[in-house]
Design a protein around this ligand. Structure first.
Ligand SMILES: NC(=O)c1ccc[n+]([C@@H]2O[C@H](COP(=O)([O-])OP(=O)(O)OC[C@H]3O[C@@H](n4cnc5c(N)ncnc54)[C@H](O)[C@@H]3O)[C@@H](O)[C@H]2O)c1
Length: 265
């Protein structure tokens, strides 16, 4: 699908890697004037140079720094609230530190980003915000208590902000990706036994690529979604629709990355 972001000022938080990088690249290609908001250690300058974007180096867990970053650039009409982290720890072992760090970025950081963005958008007469939530917004994947709680919390943020910001012409939507190939999930993607089990529950039989999430984000961010707000779009190969799993039948084979079914004539 060809999207048109010509003349739009856009921000992608966590835009230097993975899903955020794919979104940034696709938005620049669609004509946006795009700013990557990311940590210095992520080398956002190098990434921005390679895709034709600009950079604000900022730690999104710091609301004052985030506000200052917004103040340094033209007011955006599109903001993608994407920066996120996730580490595993069993529920009973989850430390206060992991809980606080995860919530500080994934939920509090998202709240501050949306609040600052919406204040600017209200002044300019509207805009579009897209949040990167997760299938983990809905389910209880083991050993990810802090992550799951942060991503579930994003749905509360989504619904409330969409409800209150609609009158100002500001739309707020979310994508909920399943397992997507990025550095965050590198360990899973290099473990075929784990993938085979995981993808048994994915009707399309495989993981997703960052570009496949980017297409969904661009749609929600674009004027093509002009009557959509408060919505979540699953980008999960059908995972959330697969109650008892899809794959593992006699004529199914896992090739290390995806399930394939051979059909007899
Ligand atoms: N990869 C997946 O399978 C998957 C699935 C569902 C949701 N998500 C969500 O998608 C988003 C992007 O994940 P990804 O897989 O691309 O991860 P990633 O690690 O590849 O990219 C995350 C980016 O966020 C940046 N970031 C981290 N802390 C930051 C901070 N304090 N301030 C500013 N930027 C910061 C990182 O530097 C990095 O560039 C996250 O919110 C993640 O929870 C990922």
């Amino acid at each position: 699908m060809d999207f048109n972001f010509l003349g739009k000022q856009a921000i992608v938080t966590g835009g230097a890697n993975g899903i955020g990088r794919a979104i940034s690249k696709a938005m620049v290609k669609a004509g946006a004037s795009l700013w990557i908001f990311d940590l210095a250690e992520a080398n956002p300058d190098g990434v921005a140079q390679s895709i034709g974007a600009q950079v604000c180096t900022v730690d999104i867990t710091d609301p004052d720094a985030t506000r200052e970053a917004f103040a340094r650039i033209p007011d955006p009409s599109v903001v993608v609230v994407n920066a996120g982290i996730g580490s595993t720890q069993a529920f009973l072992e989850t430390t206060r530190d992991l809980w606080n760090r995860t919530l500080a970025l994934n939920l509090s950081g998202a709240f501050h980003t949306i609040q600052i963005a919406a204040t600017k958008m209200k002044e300019r007469g509207g805009g579009s915000i897209v949040i990167t939530a997760s299938t983990n917004s809905y389910d209880g994947e083991p050993d990810l208590t802090a992550y799951n709680a942060s991503k579930a919390g994003l749905l509360g943020l989504l619904h409330t902000s969409a409800n209150e910001l609609g009158p100002y012409g500001i739309r707020v939507n979310a994508v909920c990706p399943g397992l997507i190939r990025t550095r965050l999930t590198a360990a899973s993607f290099s473990d075929p036994a784990r993938l085979s089990e995981y993808f048994k529950h994915v009707p399309l039989g495989r993981g997703g690529e960052p570009e496949e999430v980017a297409q969904a984000v661009l749609f929600l961010a674009s004027d093509l979604a002009s009557y959509i707000t408060g919505a979540t779009l699953l980008v999960d190969g059908g995972q959330m629709a697969s109650k008892f799993g899809t794959w593992g039948k006699e004529n199914d084979k896992f090739d290390g990355q995806r399930w394939i079914r051979s059909f007899s004539n």
